[in-house]
Design a protein around this ligand. Structure first.
Ligand SMILES: [Fe+2]
Length: 465
């Protein structure tokens, strides 16, 4: 799960205003279920010979190039790529001046097998010591077969650093034309990085978890992720637990292919980590790992690590907290995680919690159900300004929950919402789409969701913290 939150301290005024704004609609005005009927593109695969999956020309050419943040504060990137014929060069040449590569960093190279699939040579290279708010060029490959890319580092970590994130989930482009539309829209949105809320290649939907689908997915998204950091969180399609195939290790392909800077936030698991980027503190949680108290990478780590608390924060996870997703699909799957983490979210004043998994869009009001326990019968989320016995009644303490598993999955949309619409649900629509979160300064941000197929800006929300 990926969560976006504002913690205590300098970002608190921003969070507070946001809550005030949203609460003015609160539970007085009913939520809205969109009646929009989208034009159905078939949820079928793009043929693998389509140009979007093209293998770069040349012997052992680097492919599936992708970058993510490489440290806690945004002054490093991890550059990853794959070669197939041989390991090739493990060096990244980089510079802030185009074509004048004065710096070198070395990658670690690994590979894996999964049933009858053998991966290429996966390179992960940490490039650190970068300047904030700077453009860097990098080159990978060997001899005449080299490829060049660039990326922009974020501004310094500061409550007033503006930054625009794209939020994408369940992006199945090995894949469908819906996903192609999502990526095109994101690349036109001005998003500077992506919060990816899980479910990547959907290789597990193919016979014997066809590993070549991981490769085609990597080539498909390269056009964006080679140039800007995507912040990864794992979904259920990454588990790939198949003891019947002799593959009992969960997340095998995902963990080999997608590096995260987890050690920078003192985590023991690459699927649980925290980073700061511009004015955001981002926490990535894993919906499919042990997370209750006393588990090494779960609640104990999240609740006690200084990297996770007392800072300005956003968070990601894969499946929605059940109370805050009113779609029939996957309803209640996230209840155990809500029971463990919601109190912590409220105490740490998390602002926004993003989840994927459900193939539709939904946004909640500012709500909390932390007062509920199995003996008091209060199993009902309350809006932000109601007093309860568990926390102080300050209006700024509850998060907004946003489900964005609408990137364009293979299975099709989740079109059946529970009726009537729960009071906590502000807006819901079963369309493919993409979101952006634009952090302006310590007091204001814009969140917007666009459906893909008509390009209409459906909902824009001013967040005042
Ligand atoms: Fe999922």
């Amino acid at each position: 799960m990926l969560k976006l939150t504002n913690g205590h301290g300098s970002m608190f005024p921003l969070l507070l205003s946001c809550l005030c704004f949203l609460n003015s609609f609160g539970f007085v005005v009913c939520g809205f279920t969109s009646s929009f009927i989208r034009t159905q593109w078939p949820a079928k695969d793009i043929p693998l010979d389509n140009e979007v999956f093209a293998v770069p020309k040349g012997y052992n050419a680097p492919q599936q190039v992708h970058i993510t943040q490489g440290d806690y504060d945004g002054k490093a990137v991890i550059i990853s790529w794959i070669t197939f014929e041989e390991p090739g060069s493990n060096k990244v040449l980089y510079s802030s001046v185009e074509h004048q590569y004065g710096h070198t960093a070395e990658a670690k190279v690994l590979n894996y097998t999964y049933f009858n699939y053998k991966s290429g040579y996966i390179h992960h290279c940490l490039v650190d010591g970068l300047e904030y708010n700077a453009k860097y060029y990098y080159k990978i490959g060997l001899g005449d077969i080299t490829r060049e890319f660039w990326f922009q580092t974020p501004p310094k970590v500061d409550p007033d650093s503006s930054y625009k994130f794209g939020i994408i989930g369940n992006y199945y482009p090995s894949s469908t034309f819906n996903s192609l539309s999502t990526l095109d829209h994101h690349m036109k949105s001005g998003g500077q990085a992506v919060l990816y809320v899980g479910d990547l290649s959907y290789a597990d939907r193919y016979q014997n978890n066809d590993g070549t689908r991981w490769d085609s997915w990597g080539r498909f998204v390269e056009r964006s992720v080679a140039f800007q950091a995507w912040i990864w969180s794992a979904g259920n399609h990454e588990i790939e637990y198949r003891p019947d195939l002799g593959e009992p290790t969960p997340f095998k392909a995902y963990l080999h292919r997608y590096a995260t800077p987890y050690m920078a936030s003192k985590s023991s698991s690459p699927m649980w980590y925290a980073i700061r980027r511009a004015s955001a503190h981002i926490i990535v949680l894993s919906s499919y790992s042990p997370f209750v108290k006393y588990t090494p990478s779960g609640y104990g780590y999240v609740a006690n690590s200084s990297e996770w608390i007392g800072r300005d924060t956003l968070a990601d996870c894969h499946h929605a907290f059940s109370d805050y997703n009113s779609n029939e699909a996957h309803y209640m799957e996230g209840e155990s995680m809500r029971a463990v983490f919601e109190k912590w979210f409220v105490r740490q004043r998390v602002d926004l919690v993003f989840a994927g998994h459900v193939h539709a869009y939904e946004r909640s009001y500012l709500v909390s159900n932390v007062n509920y326990n199995i003996t008091n019968g209060d199993s009902f989320p309350v809006p932000n300004n109601l007093e309860n016995s568990f926390i102080s009644p300050h209006i700024s303490e509850y998060p907004v929950y946003i489900t964005v598993g609408d990137g364009g999955n293979q299975e099709g949309l989740a079109g059946r919402f529970l009726s009537p619409q729960p009071e906590y649900s502000a807006f819901r629509e079963a369309s493919y789409g993409h979101s952006t979160l634009e952090l302006k300064n310590r007091t204001h941000a814009f969140y917007q969701w666009n459906r893909n197929d008509d390009g209409v800006l459906v909902q824009q929300t001013l967040l005042c913290f």
